[in-house]
Design a protein around this ligand. Structure first.
Ligand code: UDP
Length: 319
């Protein structure tokens, strides 16, 4: 039995909590460090009696030490456009100071390290699909820059610790991921559309809905992280689903899966909203033998019970 200790910063968030389950499933002991700014205790509630799991409520923008660890998974950050707009300065701090502190832990204990980066590093991309070698097209002073630049900086610090301190690092560039445990109100397109469809409200398409995204179901994404974690690749690897949809097509899938009679209404496109996003996953296929298996419609069906329950809980709290 593997009794090595893994640290997950931001492990109470959507992706971090699923990674936590996967690592426990592989026999790791897992310590989650999270300040619960956007993460939620409820994402980890099913683990509260598991002696191999611990949640430490702490802000990693301060230096921290939880004892010896063998692997650091640095996932802490607000990640939805609504969350990182509301929490702009904490987003910049966790991407910068928080990344230094996570890497300091890895350096101190000789631990391996994987950081969750993002397709936002490509900004509003002029190259399509996006390969890891593309340097991106980011507005450094726009409303999304608090997240985009924090993550780009986070990649830079990671590579510096690899080069200067020989830390054994990995960088996962995540594209739009969805599934159970997403916050109903985090503003991202899938929870927004699911909630609106289930409530019989109009689906709010921003702009004309012709912008594209490529949606990866959470279990595929986590499988990609675990494979990357076991690899020795230090340069970034795209982990995402290359099947690309317009936002209007995404709305149609949600209507079909929910059986909703909701209509579509159009709202202004947010500033700097990327026009297209699609990962080139050749590197992950060749290096990790990984590719996603779950298509959008199947993944939405697999998420439906979760969104129904989350909505019922929200409605009960409001009563
Ligand atoms: N979007 C939309 N309606 C919504 C929420 C989002 O049309 O209610 C659009 C948004 O403008 C973007 C895409 O859906 O083009 C994906 O947005 P999301 O916030 O999920 O993630 P992003 O990829 O922009 O970080």
């Amino acid at each position: 039995m593997n009794q090595q200790r893994a640290l997950i910063t931001g492990g109470a968030g959507f992706l971090g909590s699923h990674l936590c389950d996967a690592l426990l499933g592989e026999g790791w002991r897992v310590i989650v460090v999270d300040n619960l700014l956007t993460g939620r205790r409820s994402n980890l509630a099913h683990l509260r009696h598991d002696s191999r799991f611990e949640l430490v409520e702490k802000d990693i923008c301060e230096p921290f030490d939880i004892g010896h660890v063998d692997y650091v998974f640095h996932f802490a950050s607000p990640a939805s456009p609504v969350d990182y707009t509301v929490h702009g300065i904490p987003t910049l701090k966790v991407g910068s100071l928080g990344t230094f502190h996570a890497l300091d832990v890895a350096h101190q204990y000789g631990a391996k390290y994987l950081v969750s980066s993002t397709s936002e590093c490509y900004g509003d991309p002029l190259e399509h699909p996006q390969k890891e070698t593309y340097w991106g097209n980011v507005n450094s002073i726009g409303p999304r820059s608090v997240y985009d630049e924090a993550k780009r900086f986070s990649e830079a610090v990671t590579m510096a610790y690899h080069r200067y301190h020989k830390v054994d690092t990995r960088i996962a560039r995540i594209f739009n991921t969805y599934g159970p445990r997403m916050q109903l109100n985090d503003g991202r397109v899938v929870p927004n559309f699911m909630k609106q469809a289930l409530c019989g409200e109009d689906l709010t398409v921003y702009g004309d809905g012709s912008q594209t995204r490529s949606f990866c179901y959470v279990s595929d994404e986590i499988d990609g992280f675990v494979r990357l974690a076991k690899s020795s690749e230090h340069l970034p690897v795209n982990i995402g689903n290359p099947n690309e949809f317009t936002i209007l097509e995404c709305a149609e899938h949600v209507l079909k899966v929910t059986g909703s009679k909701s209509k579509i209404s159009y709202e202004p496109l947010p500033q700097d909203d990327p026009k297209q996003r699609r990962p080139d996953i050749t590197k992950a296929q060749q290096l990790l033998g990984w590719e996603p298996k779950i298509d959008l419609e199947t993944g939405l069906r697999m998420s439906l019970d979760y969104f129904r329950t989350a909505l019922a809980e929200e409605t009960a709290v409001k009563r």
